[in-house]
Design a protein. Structure first.
Lengths: 179, 179
């Protein structure tokens, strides 16, 4: 079975190294891991917007080839996970494919948003009270698709790169999905 | 045709008022607007997590009834849009439904992320260089599904509530999709 390796790992300083490490873990548990890596495309002659669209189509084609997704849901540039990864979880969920996820931040969402009053953020907007680790649509997709979510509190030095929780989720996926 | 009104508007201090205003605009252009409103559900006897799952299933059922989505992509608690809305754009895109979006922030994504060097954020991670208004998967879905994205620079006082750009997108959707 093929795993779509969704996550902001593509933005790391060494994305190829991150991809290889994740793919090695997938292989160890009997999966093939597919990683969206933008640079395999030929952008020559394309405008900036055309290049973005080419990457979009490439990632969609990669998801269509995969049987499940394991999403890196570690908070990215704000209180929440990467929005591109959230989009991909929705895309896979709509196809009825199992959605798995992990985060290197063990806190629930409400504990990551700066509150001005109980349940209210600094802009006066309500903070979801459901003890999920991000917007409820994400853990909803994991729970209802037969996936697993795991998280752990990882220190800042390898907050974006630690793969212990990723490996635990791949192991859980193998136990659920492989013969 | 039915529009799924995706966005963090559900977290506004007056979500029912926001819903009514959007639905009135949809009606004026010949659409029916459906708004995910959590409080119509009966949460009695449910745990916090069970309540979240009930809302998830309710939103999924609502999306399945809709023909297109108009997503509020205004930045929410960070550099990017709301992740729940991003998930829903992916869910609708996978069903082959047209994805429309708007933002009350006219800046491209790269201009909203604090850089430590050209193209590099404060954590040393790369910033997408494509001149899209958020992660490329989102405008990719809009462009390839036949949708339209519009944005405008709205002042802070009605950054989260202004509907001028929303209305422009609903108008564009009517021109593209209605007889």
């Amino acid at each position: 079975m093929k795993i779509y390796l969704a996550g902001p790992d593509v933005f790391l300083p060494a994305p190829l190294q991150a991809a290889a490490a994740k793919q090695a873990i997938c292989s160890a548990y009997g999966f093939e891991g597919l990683f969206p890596f933008d640079n395999e495309l030929d952008f020559s002659g394309l405008s900036s917007f055309e290049a973005a669209m080419a990457i979009y189509k490439s990632n969609i084609a990669l998801m269509d080839r995969c049987d499940l997704v394991v999403a890196n849901m570690t908070p990215f540039r704000g209180a929440s996970m990467d929005v591109g990864t959230a989009f991909e979880m929705g895309y896979m969920a709509a196809q009825g494919k199992p959605v798995f996820g992990y985060s290197n931040d063990g806190r629930i969402y409400a504990d990551r948003v700066t509150a001005s009053a109980p349940g209210i953020d600094e802009q006066g907007q309500s903070i979801e009270p459901f003890e999920t680790h991000d917007n409820l649509m994400l853990e909803g997709a994991i729970e209802t698709s037969g996936g697993v979510f795991k998280c752990d509190s990882v220190g800042l030095e390898d907050y974006y790169t630690a793969l212990t929780t990723f490996e635990a989720v791949v192991k859980a996926a193998a136990e659920r999905l492989l013969p």
